[in-house]
Design a protein. Structure first.
Length: 310
C-alpha cells in the first residue's frame, strides 16, 4: 500500500492515548475510538495532554464512537484489553472495506487471529510494545524513558507491510523494528508477563514483593512452562534471557504494579485469559503440562469472581 497517513486507534487507555498523541504530533491523521463517551468528549474538546522527556504539550486528536469511525483509514491499531478485543473489533468491522492494515501490540496471544478474522490475515500485523504509559486524567498521558516496539506480519504477505508500519512508529519515537521471528518475540513477552502479572495480582504486591527466593522460583516455573508450550509449537525461546529480563524488572522497577494488579485495584477484569490462561490452554491442546499456569489462572479467576461481584 502507499503512505500510511490515516490511523484509527481502538482503545483510549494509556497506550492508545500515547500512540495517538505521538503519531498525531508527527503528522498522522489520528482518530481514537472508545466506549467511554466522557473521555472521547474530553479528547475531542482539548486533544491529549502528552507528557514525556521532551516536556508537556497538548496534541489535537480526533475522537469518536465506533459507529462514527469511517474512511479514510490506512491503519487500524487495537489497544483494548484482550478480554474486549472481539467486541471492539466487531464494532469497527465496517472499516475493513477500506482495506487498511491492522496491528495489535496488546499483551498476550490470540488478538492477532481475532484481527485477521475482520481485516484478513494478509493485512494483519502483530508485535510487542515495551514502554511505560500512565493515564493522568481522561485526556492526559505520561511516559518517560525507554521505548521499543517489535512487529511482524501474521503471514508472509502481511510481513511485507511490516517495514512501512515500523518506520511510521519509529518516526513517532517508539523505537520500532521488524522482528525476524515475530512469533518468538510475542511468546517471549508472553512469558515475561505471565511470570509477573498473575503472581503480583494474587499477592497484591508490586514487583518488589516478588523479588525474593519464592518469587524467583515461581517466575522461573512459569517461564519454563511457557518455553515448553512454545517449543511444542515449533517456537524456540531463550529461557535464560527471559529470566534475566524478569529479574531485571523486579530489581529495577521495584515499585511498579503489574497491570493485573492495577486491574484488581480498579475493580476491572484482567487479561488472565490471554496471558497465563492462554499458556495453560495451549499446553492442554498440545499435551504439555502447565500446573503452575493452571493454578495461577484459577486463583485469578476466583479472586475476580469474588471481588467483581462484591
Amino acid at each position: 500500500m502507499g503512505q500510511i497517513k490515516h490511523v484509527t486507534i481502538v482503545g483510549a487507555g494509556a497506550m492508545g492515548c500515547l500512540f495517538a498523541a505521538r503519531l498525531a504530533e508527527r503528522g498522522s491523521e489520528v482518530t481514537l475510538v472508545d466506549v467511554d463517551h466522557a473521555r472521547l468528549a474530553a479528547i475531542a474538546a482539548q486533544g491529549i495532554t502528552l507528557t514525556d522527556d521532551a516536556g508537556t504539550r497538548q496534541v489535537p486528536v480526533g475522537a469518536v464512537s465506533a459507529r462514527d469511525a469511517g474512511e479514510p483509514v490506512d491503519l487500524v491499531m487495537l489497544f483494548t484489553k484482550g478480554i474486549h478485543s472481539q467486541a471492539a473489533l466487531r464494532s469497527v468491522a465496517h472499516l475493513a472495506k477500506a482495506g487498511p492494515l491492522a496491528l495489535t501490540l496488546q499483551n498476550g496471544v490470540g488478538n492477532a487471529e481475532l484481527m485477521a478474522d475482520v481485516f484478513g490475515p494478509d493485512r494483519t500485523l502483530l508485535g510487542t510494545a515495551h514502554l511505560p504509559a500512565d493515564l493522568a486524567g481522561p485526556a492526559a498521558v505520561a511516559t518517560h524513558g525507554f521505548a521499543h516496539c517489535a512487529l511482524g506480519g501474521l503471514t508472509a504477505a502481511a510481513h511485507h507491510h511490516a517495514p512501512a508500519v515500523a518506520s511510521l512508529l519509529d518516526q513517532a519515537g517508539f523505537g520500532a523494528s521488524v522482528a525476524a521471528d515475530i512469533r518468538a518475540t510475542v511468546w517471549e513477552k508472553l512469558a515475561f508477563n505471565a511470570a509477573l502479572n498473575a503472581p503480583g495480582m494474587i499477592c497484591g504486591v508490586p514487583n518488589a514483593g516478588l523479588d525474593n527466593d519464592a518469587g524467583h522460583r515461581l517466575a522461573g516455573r512459569v517461564v519454563a512452562e511457557t518455553v515448553a508450550v512454545a517449543a511444542a509449537q515449533g517456537i524456540a525461546l531463550d529461557e535464560a534471557a527471559i529470566l534475566a529480563t524478569v529479574h531485571a524488572a523486579l530489581a529495577d522497577h521495584a515499585h511498579h504494579k503489574a497491570s493485573m494488579l492495577q486491574d484488581r485495584e480498579q475493580g476491572r477484569a484482567s487479561e488472565i485469559e490471554t496471558i497465563n490462561g492462554a499458556v495453560a490452554r495451549e499446553g492442554a491442546r498440545l499435551g504439555v503440562a502447565t500446573p503452575v499456569c493452571d493454578t495461577l489462572s484459577d486463583l485469578v479467576r476466583v479472586i475476580e469472581r469474588a471481588e467483581l461481584k462484591a
